[in-house]
Design a binder for this molecule. Structure first.
Ligand code: GUN
Length: 283
């Protein structure tokens, strides 16, 4: 079998075109969606992600601003800033780029953001609503993955979805969203014994491990849908995913590439959440 490639870059572009019209209509009504991004410290990867978010926002007409703080910022200073942004009616969405410097507790920061502006979908209230299936801000990468599956009419109901990775940002929530779509979900992680036993039974395989090309073709069931969430930089500077792409192409029915896969979809979903926030749909 030669897999079809789900190109996240093209899909994200299509979604941005549609969002551009939605934003134009909002602006006509006197509401310009506003996203404030906070970047603490000088992590080059974080800086590059933040730039990508700003560029995509401006492309659809969302007003974005970037607040850059030094690496030495204290937790108290950051919490005060968030309080100010929470109270600012001109700010619809707040995103604090992770990871944060070690003197700042990430969970304290996440919980300080008003749930009505939580465009990352990381606040416990957003997570709780996601679990109970209420309308809420969904975390962007999992939301992007579900959108990719739906864009190809890939059936989720009744399928066995296997997630490798259990982070709060990707692994745990993507499993929950697939469960909400009536998949049977298995979570695997670094302590899973005999990983292959699970992955070889997966109809939908989500790799969010953070190890370059770790998922080779023998992990993949014939005809499976393979979603690669990994972004790993090789010594030669090239970006690669967690999945051996060539191997997956031979065995899967659908596969997502890296780059041009899940990454651009994450950003598109952030824009969707910002528009939702501007519409006041999550208060
Ligand atoms: N760091 C890596 N991914 C993300 C994300 O989706 N949101 C934020 N805020 N930080 C991140």
């Amino acid at each position: 079998m030669t897999a079809e490639i789900i190109n996240g870059k093209d899909l994200a572009q299509e979604l941005r075109m549609a969002m551009k019209e939605e934003v134009a209509a909002l602006i006509q009504d006197g509401i310009t969606p506003q996203l404030t991004v906070v970047l603490v410290g000088d992590n080059p990867a974080s800086r590059s992600y933040v730039k990508g978010k700003e560029k995509a926002a401006s492309e659809v007409g969302i007003d974005s601003s970037l607040i850059e703080l030094p690496n030495s910022t204290t937790e108290d200073e950051l919490l005060k800033l968030i309080q100010k942004l929470n109270e600012d009616a001109g700010v619809h969405g707040i995103l604090v780029q992770l990871p944060l410097p070690k003197q700042i507790r990430e969970q304290e920061v996440i919980e300080a953001i008003s749930p009505s502006k939580d465009v990352d979908g990381f606040h416990p209230i957003s997570i709780g609503r996601m679990i109970t299936g209420e309308d809420t801000f969904l975390p962007c990468t999992p939301y992007g993955i579900i959108t990719m599956l739906k864009s190809r009419n890939i059936k989720i109901e009744g399928k066995h979805a296997v997630i490798i990775g259990r982070s709060n940002i990707v692994g745990k929530p993507v499993g929950q969203l697939l469960l909400n779509e009536n998949a049977t979900v298995t979570y695997c992680h670094s302590r899973t014994a005999d990983l292959k036993t699970y992955t070889q039974d997966a109809d939908i395989l989500i790799a969010a491990i953070g190890r370059a090309n770790a998922i080779t073709s023998e992990y993949i069931k014939e005809g499976a849908v393979v979603i690669d969430v990994g972004i790993n930089r090789l010594d030669n500077g090239k970006l690669t995913g967690d999945v051996d792409f060539e191997g997956a192409l031979e065995k899967a029915s659908f596969v997502t590439p890296v780059p041009k896969g899940v990454g651009p979809m994450t950003i598109a979903m952030l824009l969707k959440n910002t528009i939702k926030a501007a519409k006041g749909l999550n208060n």
